[in-house]
Ligand binder design. Structure first.
Ligand SMILES: NC(=O)c1ccc[n+]([C@@H]2O[C@H](COP(=O)([O-])OP(=O)(O)OC[C@H]3O[C@@H](n4cnc5c(N)ncnc54)[C@H](OP(=O)(O)O)[C@@H]3O)[C@@H](O)[C@H]2O)c1
Length: 302
């Protein structure tokens, strides 16, 4: 039976390579992008019938929770139209690095919104479909940048002192903590993927000349998106790791995450804060298939 995956950030870099690899394996991939033109290009590139699978592009600005929710509804409609009542995997790949502090129209710091809240909310919205799959997977693309950082609990969106790299590192730590807590609260198998250093355009987008220059130098030692994508596709599809205990993987092999990313209390606390910031009732709906209920946290939206 054809497997169905959702891949965010599907229109460039690592995400595009993940979509291509999955379509080559025969999957139906719902690729999410923020630009309709790039989405159409994705369909034109991979949807011509030459490959065993197929691709459908959906558009959403993941910085906005309203669009994440609309996206989830569109995904549910696509899955139903395909005659299925489950989703085999969600790959939370979309990400951004923004040097200057930018606020979304909903008032959130942009990296916090795109890199952390969007995967959190989209996973929540799609969890019933993922839980219904025989081998449901959630792969969230983190980064080696999660090492040697900590969460500023009193100022998670860095209102008082913003540093773009710090904000990025913090969200990538959140990706691992989110994965840890998702495993505890649901039946799906969840992984945090470290894609390595990859030759993509990421550092060029919406950033000043200095950042673009640094990224141009840094990415030269990176691997190709296709090489990186192989490890992520492995996490999304490999049957033998359905009950693997390791959370954090790089290039298809488990790797020890930073100790801060293994802290169960931090994972629980982050989940509760995120649920509240997404307007979810104490994260209760996320627990539809699990035994534990989240308790209300203390922080308020800052
Ligand atoms: N490259 C690396 O060395 C590296 C290392 C560690 C981790 N990562 C992680 O890998 C993931 C993919 O990054 P990449 O290197 O492949 O960079 P990329 O080519 O810029 O890919 C990022 C993707 O996210 C999408 N995106 C960004 N903001 C969005 C928004 N508001 N709404 C919807 N989509 C949005 C982009 O859309 P557009 O196509 O429209 O720009 C793009 O498709 C990210 O999570 C990143 O943090 C990358």
């Amino acid at each position: 039976m054809q497997r169905i995956f959702v891949v965010t950030g599907a229109t460039s870099g690592i995400g595009l390579a993940v979509v291509e690899a999955l379509v080559r394996q025969g999957a139906f991939v719902i690729g999410v992008g923020r630009d309709p033109g790039r989405g159409a290009a994705l369909e034109a590139r991979l949807g011509g019938g030459a490959l065993p699978g197929r691709v459908r592009s959906l558009t959403a600005d993941l910085a906005l929770q309203s669009e994440v929710r609309a996206l989830a509804a569109a995904v549910r409609a696509e899955v139903a139209a395909a005659g299925r009542d489950w989703l085999d995997g969600l790959i939370n790949n979309a990400g951004t690095f923004t040097f200057h502090r930018l606020l979304t129209a909903e008032g959130f710091e942009r990296q916090w919104a795109v890199n952390h809240l969007a995967p959190f909310l989209l996973t929540h919205e799609l969890l019933p479909l993922l839980s219904a799959a025989p081998m449901g997977r959630v792969v969230t693309v983190s980064s080696g940048s999660h090492y040697h950082t900590r969460l500023r609990w009193n100022d998670l969106q860095l209102r008082r002192f913003y540093n773009g790299l710090l904000a990025y590192k913090q969200t990538k730590l959140c990706n691992v903590l989110f994965t840890l807590e998702l495993r505890r609260r649901s039946r799906v198998q969840a992984f945090a993927a470290d894609p390595g250093l990859v030759f993509t355009e990421m550092g060029f987008k919406d950033n000043p000349a200095l950042v673009r220059w640094i990224w141009a130098l840094r990415r030269r030692s990176g691997i190709t998106p296709a090489e990186s994508a192989a490890g992520i596709v492995f996490l999304a599809t490999e049957p033998s790791i359905q009950t693997a205990p390791e959370i954090y993987w790089q290039h298809g092999r488990p790797k020890a995450p930073d100790p801060a990313a293994r802290d169960l209390e931090s994972a629980r606390r982050l989940w509760e804060i995120s649920a509240r910031l997404c307007g979810l009732q104490e994260g209760a709906a996320v627990n539809a298939d699990g035994p534990r209920r989240a308790r209300a946290g203390r922080e308020s939206r800052r």
